[in-house]
Ligand binder design. Structure first.
Ligand code: ADP
Ligand code: GN1
Ligand code: MG
Length: 356
């Protein structure tokens, strides 16, 4: 019998075609447990939703059903939720909440852009995804994670983690903690702008890592935007900044050798070109001005989240070894530091994009 018996048992409750041939872990997400299931007829994605992160998974599924129906009606390829035999969008079992999607075949998940063109294309697709949601009624959406990109609030939570030092690891990361506290006065611009309404609130993806988009292996263009758990009202700047954080690095998010981790300004330019060409008709001058800053901010925010989780004892992000979150936060801080040095160059690139 397979070691994934619980997952097999859960999968049987969904309205699937064929008999299961294989079920195995899949992908490199940090939040949900993802499995590829091959049946005699088709392939599916089975996920156990992380209910520590998503406290109300039924709200997540309600958002996903609404958003996918909306964009599908506009002709966009998107996730297809497979219902349970009882017609529900997820299954609650003793070991957690499961959902099933159709596997989107003939697609690539990139952990790193292989060429600048790949990254440019992902920027265009994330921009287009936002356009597709521009007339979506945000009031029907649940906030699946409260204050998800509220960086000042993330900073407060970070300070609480430092104060409590639950894992006793604080002495192993004093330098990293100082890197975050030294920059305390830089975290508020987007949240303040949203509150003061100088930055528009839009429906955004909020987790625009390169591995949250499926690419066409032939054309190398974005095929489908996935991982829709955090689609919520937010700022376009979150989507832009988070993509740069993950994708404009010369190394993996968990590279241990920091001499390999650099912020690649050419990749920044490629993504900015793609994203801005998609949102050129809707982006405001304030948003334009803050694009470079958003890259820095999302990188600092993610770094402080990794570090807080390390200090808390790894309760949020999936980790493969005890220092994994510490290694991750170091890459983020290395990138944020280089972004600080290159801020003027980034601004010039954005200005040139809008002049051309
Ligand atoms: P997490 O929230 O843990 O990041 P994701 O929903 O992003 O989980 O899924 C993890 C990975 O599984 C993705 O990066 C992608 O490679 C793959 N994946 C998820 N859904 C699909 C799908 N419907 N078709 C093909 N691949 C998928
Ligand atoms: C998580 O789900 P995944 O792996 O695509 C996280 C993001 C972080 C990212 C860091 C719901 O993204 O916010 O930026 O890890 N998602 C959630 O890699 O917290
Ligand atoms: Mg993901």
């Amino acid at each position: 019998m397979s070691i994934y018996t619980k997952e097999h048992n859960a999968f049987k409750n969904f309205n699937i075609e064929g008999e299961v041939l294989n079920l195995a872990p899949y992908g490199e997400g940090h939040i949900n447990s993802t499995f590829l299931v091959e049946t005699t007829k088709k392939k599916y994605i089975l996920q156990r939703i992380n209910t520590i992160v998503f406290k109300k998974p039924e709200n997540v599924m309600s958002n996903i059903i609404l958003v996918t129906e909306f964009v599908r009606n506009k002709g966009t390829l998107t996730l297809t939720v497979i219902k349970t035999n009882d017609g529900e969008s997820m299954l609650r079992t003793e070991d957690g909440c499961y959902r099933v999607y159709d596997f989107i075949d003939d697609s690539l998940t990139l952990q790193r852009a292989e060429t600048r063109e790949d990254f440019h294309n992902s920027g265009y697709s994330f921009g287009e995804f936002q356009n597709a949601l521009s007339d979506f009624d945000a009031s029907v959406l649940f906030e699946t994670i409260e204050r998800f990109h509220d960086t000042p609030n993330r900073y407060e939570n970070f300070l609480t983690a430092v104060k409590n030092n639950k894992s006793g690891r604080l002495d192993t990361c004093r330098e990293e903690v100082k890197f975050v506290t030294d920059r305390a006065d830089t975290y508020g611009e987007i949240v303040n702008g949203l509150n003061e309404k100088t930055i528009p609130l839009r429906v955004t993806h909020n987790d625009t890592k390169l591995n949250n988009i499926l690419m066409d292996p032939v054309t190398r263009k974005g095929k489908a935007v996935i991982d829709l758990d955090t689609v919520m009202p937010g700022s376009m700047l979150y989507d832009f900044g988070d993509s740069i954080r993950f994708g404009a690095s010369t190394a993996a998010e968990d590279e241990k050798d920091l001499s390999k981790v650099h912020f690649d300004i050419e990749l920044f330019k490629a993504y900015a070109d793609g994203f801005c060409s998609a949102v050129k008709d809707s982006i405001t001058s304030k948003e334009r001005e803050l694009l470079p800053y958003s890259a820095y901010l999302m990188t600092m925010e993610c770094g402080m989240r990794f570090l807080a989780d390390y200090i808390d004892g790894d309760t949020y992000f999936a980790t493969k070894y005890p220092e994994h979150n510490l290694v991750r936060c170091r890459t983020q801080f290395a990138l944020a530091y280089e972004m600080e040095q290159k801020m003027d160059e980034m601004k010039k690139i954005v200005d040139e994009i809008f002049l051309s």
